[in-house]
Design a protein around this ligand. Structure first.
Ligand SMILES: *Cc1c(COP(=O)(O)O)cnc(C)c1O
Length: 401
């Protein structure tokens, strides 16, 4: 028995032989065949498969339109452009996110303003948003951290009061619901990512969902160099070959090969999310009684789609630092991670003039969090390994009273 309890970090046998990543894709034969079909067809890019995925995704998230992009980051860049973000404009966002959220504001010449999180939900606090609003504020960019929706009634009422656009970064929240409304149907624009660790994948890829026709047209044009062939939008007409580049866009197109994978993945999305929830139920049941960690909160009216499972260490009950516990879990072959380093801690942001200390709740959260593996392809054995490793490591470092 003693042998098994020795931490792998100290030379003992690890809980599992092979490394379990924190997230990864689920690909089956149907996905592969779906891509092969497009390879044999006339269009490898900007063909009928793109349009089909855009329609089906819009149906899934209950939005009028979706526009696919080459990545979630490209989708964020396009959404900020469509919202008219430019030099001098401020966009209020959370520091508890991947750098791409705030970066997309910088791409457009705008200034990201970081508002602190709610210490219980880890999502941006509506009160903190309100305290950052001034004449330069143009938009709010909430992020549904880990898949848990933000408080959209509160955010909508702030946006309406001050005439702001809501650009929702829902890279974690495809399939989530806020008060029985799907994420994608709530904000002026909602961004999704199809990176392999996200809810469904196209290799790389992203989308913007919107109900606004003007945004929809801007997004489509931005995706392809700012070029339009739409007769009603042209300023001139030299003949049937004629098109115009009307603003500086990018080549941010997704290929039909990727869209074919997306269609096939979308068919399985509900199963993927069901499996994520099942794993989370097992984690919650296994960890709830542990006094040394805080498990993620579940709120009534908020239906998370569980991109990430983030546990919080209670340092007052532990001997070891987060660094040691993290390394010890890694040594057990559990692919732990930390989501996220507050965005403004990065040297690039510090160099722009952001200072540590501006969002104390996010900074305190950062000191204590560890992300555990969570993805639909995990077997029950994988889930049991994670639980065993957490209990083994945390018990070892617990202070006895
Ligand atoms: C993954 C992610 C993105 C970026 O998406 P990509 O498709 O990787 O470009 C943006 N924001 C958040 C919160 C993400 O998790």
């Amino acid at each position: 028995m003693e042998e098994n309890n020795q931490l792998a970090y100290h030379g003992g046998a690890p809980v599992r032989e092979s490394f379990l990543p924190y997230g990864r894709q689920f690909i089956d034969e149907q996905d592969i065949q779906s891509i092969v079909q497009v390879l044999r067809s006339d269009y490898l890019t900007t063909g009928p498969t793109i349009q089909r995925l855009e329609e089906e995704l819009a149906g899934y998230v209950q939005a009028k339109y979706t526009v696919l992009f080459s990545s979630g980051t490209a989708a964020l860049h396009a959404a900020c452009y469509a919202a008219g973000i430019e030099n001098g404009d401020e966009v209020i966002t959370t520091p508890m996110t991947f750098a791409a959220s705030a970066n997309s504001v910088l791409y457009n010449g705008g200034t990201p303003i970081f508002a602190d999180i709610d210490p219980d939900t880890y999502n941006i606090s509506p009160q903190a948003i309100k305290s950052q609003i001034n004449d330069k504020t143009k938009a709010i960019m909430p992020v549904d951290f880990t898949g848990l929706p933000c408080d959209y009634d509160a955010i909508r009422s702030i946006a309406d009061e001050y005439g702001l656009t809501v650009i929702e970064d829902a890279a974690h929240a495809l399939g989530a619901q806020y008060k029985n409304q799907p994420i994608g149907s709530l904000s002026d624009m909602t961004i999704f990512s199809f990176h392999p660790v996200k809810h469904m994948t196209t290799g790389e890829g992203g989308a913007v969902a919107t109900n606004n026709l003007a945004f929809y047209e801007k997004l489509k044009q931005f995706r392809t160099h700012g070029i339009t062939k739409n007769r009603e939008q042209l300023l001139d007409d030299h003949g049937p070959w004629y098109y115009e580049m009307q603003f500086l866009g990018f080549n941010y197109r997704m290929t039909d090969l990727q869209a074919a994978l997306g269609l096939s993945q979308l068919n399985k999305l509900d199963d993927f999310i069901r499996r994520r929830k099942q794993i989370v139920v097992t984690y919650q049941e296994s960890f709830q009684h542990m006094k040394t960690i805080t498990t993620p909160e579940e709120l009534t009216g908020y239906e998370s789609s569980w991109h990430l499972y983030v546990m919080r260490l209670k340092h007052q009950h532990l001997y070891a630092s987060r660094r040691t516990i993290f390394k010890a879990l890694q040594a057990e072959n559990i692919g732990v991670n930390v989501h996220y380093i507050p965005v403004y801690y990065h040297p690039y942001y510090l160099q722009l003039g952001y200072r540590k200390g501006i969002c104390p709740h996010a900074e305190q959260l950062y000191e204590t969090i560890i992300t555990l593996p969570l993805f639909p392809a995990m077997s029950d054995g994988d889930v049991a390994d994670v639980i065993e490793a957490v209990q083994k490591v945390i018990t070892y470092y617990s202070k006895r009273r």
